[in-house]
Design a protein around this ligand. Structure first.
Ligand code: 2AM
Length: 183
């Protein structure tokens, strides 16, 4: 079995900006710079033959280049009960772009044709900057206020990547398995 996801391997200019956001809070686990990415489609654990189908489907896809710009920052809170989140992620947002949405939709269609179940979650393009463990709410609010005006110029993206993910000692290890060019 192999754990896969489809993502944009971010250019270093974008990573540098993101790394500049990764600080100023304790009680969070910041994403390692080499692990920063924009997920287009989470695949999950699949058998080798399914991974081959996924690769074939992505090879056949014709996607267009697009401009990626960072836009704002936020926090996703997941699970939990009685108002206490089970887990939370800090993220940097991606400016709306039709070609990005179109690419993501094409990938979704291609992977369903390859036999994967439909993704139920709405696509909310973001780069996870940190997993939140225990941060005082005031400190988190101050961090968000300081960063939610983030805006960058678009950078052209000319490929997307199928990554595998393995457990690492501290952070997961993401390995680019196949890169697909956009035209
Ligand atoms: P996240 O950054 O919002 O947590 C590799 O693990 C990538 O796949 C991450 O970007 C992660 O999104 C996403 N991911 C992990 N588990 C997922 C799941 N069960 N459903 C959807 N996306 C998931």
């Amino acid at each position: 079995m192999i754990r896969l996801f489809v993502a944009i391997d971010l250019p270093w200019t974008v990573r540098e900006t993101l790394v500049g956001l990764c600080g100023g809070l304790t009680g969070v686990r910041w994403t390692a710079p080499e692990n920063l990415h924009l997920t287009l489609r989470f695949v999950g654990e699949v058998r080798g033959d399914v991974a081959d189908e996924v690769d074939c489907a992505l090879q056949a896809l014709r996607g267009r280049r697009f401009g990626l710009a960072l836009s704002g920052a936020g926090v996703f809170e997941r699970g939990g009960h009685r108002g206490t989140p089970r887990s939370a992620n800090l993220w940097a947002g991606i400016a709306r772009d039709e070609r990005l949405e179109h690419l993501q939709a094409k990938i979704e269609t291609a992977l369903q044709r390859a036999g994967l179940p439909a993704e139920r979650r709405r696509f909310q393009p973001h780069v996870t900057l940190a997993r939140v463990d225990a941060v005082p709410p005031d400190a988190l609010a101050a961090w968000l206020k300081a960063h939610n005006l983030l805006r960058t110029e678009p950078v052209e993206i000319n490929s997307f990547t199928l990554f595998s993910s393995q457990h690492g000692p501290d952070q997961p290890v993401y390995t680019p398995e196949v890169t697909y060019e956009l035209s």
